[in-house]
Design a binder for this molecule. Sequence first.
Ligand code: FAD
Length: 541
Amino acid sequence: MMAQRPDIIVIGGGSAGAACASRLADAGQKVLLVEAGKSDKDIRSRVPALMANIVQTPDFDWCYRAEPDPSVGGRPDVWPAGKRLGGGSAINGMMFIRGHQWDYDHWAELGATGWDYESCLPYFRRMEDNERGPDKWRGTGGPIAVSEIRSRYSVTEDWVSAVQEAGFPRSPDLNGEKAEGVDFIQLSQRSGLRWSAARGYLEKASPNLEIMLEAQVQRIVIENGRATGVKLRHNGQIRTLTARHGVVLSAGALNTPRLLMLSGIGPGDELRKHGIDTVIALPGVGQNLQEHSATHLVNAVDTHTLNDDSRGLSAVKQLLALAVKRSGALTTGIGHAQAFVRSREGLSAPNIQLAFSAFAFDVTEKGNLALRGESSVSTLVGLMRPSSRGSVTLRSGNPDAAPKIEHILLGDEDDVLQLVEGLQIARAVMAQPAIAKDVSGEVRPGEELESAEALSHYVRAATIPMYHPVGTAKIGSKADPMAVVDADLKLYGLEGLWVADASVMPTIPAGNTNATAIMIGDKASDHILKAVKGRDISQAA
Ligand SMILES: Cc1cc2nc3c(=O)[nH]c(=O)nc-3n(C[C@H](O)[C@H](O)[C@H](O)COP(=O)(O)OP(=O)(O)OC[C@H]3O[C@@H](n4cnc5c(N)ncnc54)[C@H](O)[C@@H]3O)c2cc1C
């Protein structure tokens, strides 16, 4: 344990917490980072394709399940959340994408002053070590390695051509000037291995940073209107640790609101229900839960795919390719190429993400995913700006109880319509000459489902969450009663408590959320330094 009392305690060493803790320590703060999970130094986290073995494994994942969702036939969906140093970035699909500039500018319009794209860009740039090199939009030399995919299949090249044949532009860089059009996917990897936020920010962190693993925070300690420390369980003992300046809460969009409520911060009625005294009444805690929804188009193909590389001699070759060249099927992320497209006229920005993979899964009778036995490809059709909103509340006052997640994935008819439009675009792409020559049939939804009505039934049955929960402690102006933190990420009504993770996003950005969460953690450090050292945020980054 740190000999001295730390200046700041950071709760949660995930995507945002790792970035924030490391930057604060670099700036001279004595930081104690407390993480409930173990280290991410584990081959199952490092080898990308082993992701399938760690999601839904309690040693890596909090393994949450939402309440039954009537909009998808009453299915109680799984809501994974990383439980290792690195958090989500230690178990996720590694797709590295920032989202569209419009989303950040929209945040600022909603009251998150200083979170427009121009203000976030220096932090996106400083986090990156981008294999494509630096330019006005991209960074190099930063802690997070961003690499091109190394699991290459000719069918992916064909898909990229087919998207263009279908009328969408080729993007020079979806993380660059414009997040619209088609490109190969970039991954959070270096030399074919996962590059989590823990690897990037914590492995070479300043000696000012101490990390306490397998330390599960039960609540934030509040004295005289100030957060002074945490109560946690470590090695079977309950301990209270204090910090000079305060606490940064980075437990992720599901656990951050849970910890706030366990600490007496949240909607009064909800706290009373569980016998918790209200310290600060903030009705927005746990509300505004947002999530991307996605459905899949699966095709059988006559060309070589990753499904073929998962069996027999080919599988052995892939092991060798990883060991010798750090390439091949075992370096795969969850997608290989992607396109951001508009499914209709009059939108301010693309509303649909198509993520193409040169592989496809079947769902087994037990509900598990299994790679298909034949050559196959899949196109994920993701809805980028869903209207549905859900909530995270307490199941009980027991600090070990899972949060109660209530989310109606397809609560809005127009969300279903947009997914149908996205599916129709994904099908149109597969019909283009560049890829039609590879395709031997449609597995899901199935060619017989043609009408928009039939496709909407399919969407309702087959849509799943994309594992991108955000928004449950949103940034907003003082005039917004549902805002939880101000634009400096300080909790309303309390000194010494900042929230820095995916929960502060006012709305979900158009793209997988890891890069945005890391940006928030990195930028948070400058807001906190402004508070504790009077540093000028406009001069930071
Ligand atoms: C299976 C999966 C696949 C995904 N795929 C992608 C992808 O391909 N690309 C992408 O961009 N995004 C992806 N995401 C989403 C992305 O990883 C998350 O948005 C991001 O990690 C969120 O960062 P965060 O800092 O908000 O929370 P997290 O990274 O979840 O960090 C929270 C941390 O807090 C710790 N913690 C929680 N409660 C406590 C407590 N009481 N005490 C101490 N510590 C605690 C947790 O163990 C965790 O380490 C995926 C997520 C999942 C789960």
